[in-house]
Design a protein around this ligand. Structure first.
Ligand code: MSP
Length: 635
């Protein structure tokens, strides 16, 4: 089973069109699926739409069509979106598919026969947005905490799933399997739910009130509760019970969701599986929420971000890169178009794009149309090779921990090391003297091989750009470009036909008039301070520093403790904790006043101060358009 991989996304409700939240989850699942395929895993990737329940009926009514017509329309939008985002799902499940309906009825029958379903009275508060009952104490000021709407009070006879019976088992299972729900904060949240007695779950709706659902196999007057129906899609997708994919993929099932639907996935679903005699899934991977410019995305605020708008404006690969690079898996993130443009210009156009174009230009100029063979290796080449090997291992570790933004940071560190290799080796100087021919050949080969490695590593994230790099390197058969090919240096064949390509990532010019109005009125600039002489200014020693580690200063919202590299390592404390998470700042090159008298901030020593400025969205660090040299003076 160690070389099989099964990843699922939630099946999305068809009550509204797709937005970047849906795109993010599905792109993460796609990155994981592509990565595992590149590592030789037999992989299955499922997604789909959740089409029953009150919510859909209400949306259909508003649109003046039948629930089926409405579900067909919105489901088709999701289905059409995924290929546009290069999503490689193997199946698209609709809960209205006859095969799914049959699986739901089969499982209900089984649980019923096992004695875990009974008939009873229910009285409670129902939130249609969440499609679930709330206990009074869960409401905030009488309202649903998610939707901030007053739930309906409902009293009716219904069928119940004896979920309470599995509480103890579930607590034990979560405790004994640390990776069952991850990251840890969500595992703790699930365990916290389970500290209170688990109530039985109401799993039916009377047809007198709702007919849009799957009829219970043991009572025609009722339809199935939408969550009991929807969760089962994960086994429908792989052909439960008789399909050949089921025994192959179920033991490695990994679900991907956001924190909003932790309870159904972390509590209802494992107990349902247990009652149906199916092994629990392997893990539940929970990510945070995308907000927009610091607020929750919502139709009423009019700030819903549509994935195709961004793809059309900036290109698919930059969009995928940005989503994966800017969200720390598990934490919330705030989407801003400015931050997106900044990433395109610095990470993509400057770092990666320039590396590819510089390398190709030099190789074509000095070696002609074929990749040169290496001719002798010296220490500095071995260093580059070792960094490549270390990067591959690091990326693998990051994937196993779902730290996808860190995987990208590791690849970008290697890109920067390669850029530095060019600057330090100065191939254009070597090219002036024919005596250096062999050395030049080796350097060019190393650069081209580094590009091949980078292209393999970015394939899961940016498959289109990786393919363009392979094409420029003359690699026709991209199938061989997998993780196994990264085990040894030298995968690029000497003689490979090189091609000039278009720039991979055009820079985005930011037009000032297009900038959004600031959220708060712009303040008048502070008055300029009295003049100083150059000598006085020159006393300040400003340096390029690379952030090596970052952590929060305990009990402080604002302060981060950083270890930075300048002339060696040193510690500084910076008041940027509300604007940058530790993960977002590690790996960045920043500007530090290096000769400022040491000070203590909340008891922590700081040897220097970083430079930042205020924007309408908080502080932003001062940075660079080209990769700087750590320790360099700012002039
Ligand atoms: N139909 C249920 C899921 C049933 S799965 C058996 C549902 N659908 S949903 O359309 O509301 O999708 C919720 C999921 O969409 C989240 O768990 C997450 O994967 C994604 N996202 C929706 N909004 C999001 C953000 N703002 N940010 C990140 N992801 C979000 O719940």
């Amino acid at each position: 089973m160690d070389n099989t991989f099964y990843i699922t996304t939630p099946i999305y409700y068809v009550n509204a069109s797709p937005h970047i939240g849906h795109a993010y989850t599905t792109i993460v699942a796609d990155v994981l699926a592509r990565y595992h395929r590149l590592r030789g895993f037999r992989t299955f990737f499922s997604t789909g739409t959740d089409e029953h329940g009150d919510k859909i009926v209400e949306a259909a009514q508003r649109a003046g069509v039948t629930p089926q017509e409405y579900a067909d329309r919105i489901s088709a939008q999701f289905r059409a979106l995924w290929p546009e985002l290069a999503i490689t799902n193997d199946i698209f499940v609709r809960t209205t598919d006859p095969s799914h309906v049959e699986t739901v009825r089969r499982i209900l029958q089984k649980v019923h026969e096992g004695g875990d379903i009974y008939f009873g009275q229910y009285e409670g508060f129902y939130c249609v947005g969440c499609e679930r009952f709330y206990m009074e104490k869960e409401l905030v000021g009488g309202k649903c905490p998610q939707h901030e709407t007053v739930p309906e009070h409902r009293k009716e006879s219904n069928y119940f799933f004896r979920m309470s019976r599995y509480q103890e088992w579930l607590v034990r299972h979560i405790t004994e399997h640390p990776d069952f729900i991850r990251p840890e904060r969500y595992r703790n949240e699930a365990l916290a739910f389970l500290r209170d007695p688990l109530e039985d779950l109401c799993i039916s709706r009377p047809k007198s009130r709702l007919t849009w659902g799957i009829t219970l196999p043991f009572d025609d007057n009722y339809v199935t509760y939408v969550w009991f129906d929807a969760l089962i899609n994960y086994v429908t997708a792989i052909g439960y019970p008789g399909g050949e994919n089921f025994p192959v993929f179920w033991p490695v099932a990994g679900h991907l969701i956001a924190k909003d639907i932790l309870k159904p996935h972390g509590i209802y679903w494992p107990t349902m599986l247990k009652a149906a005699g199916i092994e629990p899934y392997r893990n539940l991977n929970v990510h945070g929420y995308w907000n927009v410019d610091q607020s929750k995305m919502s139709k009423s605020l009019g700030n819903v971000i549509r994935p195709l708008d961004l793809k059309d404006k900036y290109g698919l690969d930059p969009f995928r890169y940005f989503l994966l690079r800017d969200m720390v898996f598990g934490l919330d993130s705030s989407f801003s178009e400015e931050a997106f443009i900044q990433r395109i210009n610095s990470d993509l156009a400057n770092d990666l794009g320039n590396l590819v174009s510089r390398t190709m230009t030099m190789a074509l100029k000095y070696a002609g149309n074929a990749a040169p063979g290496p001719a002798g290796t010296v220490e500095e080449d071995r260093l580059l090779q070792q960094t490549a090997a270390k990067t591959v291992t690091e990326v693998e570790t990051c994937f196993s921990e779902l730290a996808l933004h860190k995987a990208l940071i590791a690849v970008w560190d290697f890109i920067n090391v390669t850029n530095k290799y060019i600057v330090e080796r100065e191939p254009w100087v070597l090219a002036k003297d024919p005596g250096n021919r062999d050395r030049l050949k080796t350097i060019l080969y190393n650069l081209l091989e580094a590009l091949r490695i980078i292209a393999v590593l970015i394939t899961p994230f940016m498959p289109g750009s990786a393919a363009k790099i392979f094409d420029q390197l003359g690699i026709a058969d991209a199938d061989g470009q997998n993780f196994a090919s990264l085990q040894t240096w030298g995968g690029l064949k000497a003689g490979s036909g090189l091609k000039r390509g278009e720039p991979l990532f055009p820079r985005v010019e930011v037009r000032v008039e297009a900038a959004k109005p600031a959220a708060t009125p712009t303040e008048a600039p502070a008055p300029i301070k009295p003049e100083i002489s150059y000598e006085e200014f020159d006393k300040a020693d400003l340096r390029v520093a690379k952030v090596l580690t970052a952590e929060r200063v305990p009990k402080s919202k604002k302060l981060l403790k950083l270890t930075v590299e300048i002339d060696g390592e040193r510690q500084i404390v910076a008041g940027i904790g509300e604007d940058y998470s530790p993960d977002q700042i590690v790996g960045k090159s920043i500007i530090v006043v290096a000769n400022l008298k040491p000070a203590r901030l909340m008891g922590v020593e700081s040897r220097g101060m970083l430079l930042a400025t205020d924007t309408s969205e908080g502080l932003t660090l001062l940075g660079f358009d080209r990769p700087p040299r750590t320790g360099a003076k700012i002039r």
